[in-house]
Design a protein around this ligand. Structure first.
Ligand code: 5GP
Ligand code: ZN
Length: 106
């Protein structure tokens, strides 16, 4: 499958991971919209967070724990955790991912 986030999570496209867990990786967004803008992405392909929730609550829980760690490590405690789901909601990469954004870098 021609999926940019599968290529990143598998290492096919070399990427600096800011954090890693059993089932997910975190890396900086290529086009940051906030001073902190990290993507948290499951290693396995799911089309969006609804697909991830239906298919594997265990992987979703692991991803959420990693997102919370990233938020704590990169921000002063005020942050947003966003899953754009569907084209009309702004999803542009159809491999599930959370955005951790903050205007208060640590
Ligand atoms: P979405 O619009 O699907 O919620 O978010 C996709 C995000 O992925 C966007 O914020 C976009 O900047 C980011 N992105 C797209 N391609 C790449 C890439 O190759 N590397 C990185 N680090 N981020 C990417
Ligand atoms: Zn993928």
């Amino acid at each position: 499958m021609d999926c940019i986030f599968c290529k990143i999570t598998s290492g096919q496209i070399p990427t600096n991971f800011v954090a890693v867990s059993e089932h997910a990786v975190a890396f900086n967004d290529i086009s940051p919209r906030q001073p902190v803008h990290v993507l948290v992405v499951p290693k396995q392909h799911f089309n969006d967070v609804a697909d991830l929730n239906n298919s594997s609550p265990e992987i979703l829980a692991d991803l959420m724990a990693l997102a919370m760690k990233v938020a704590g490590d990169t921000s002063e405690g005020s942050f947003r955790l966003t899953f754009n789901t569907g084209k009309e909601a702004g999803q542009s990469v159809f491999h599930a991912h959370a955005h951790v954004t903050s205007v208060q870098p640590r």
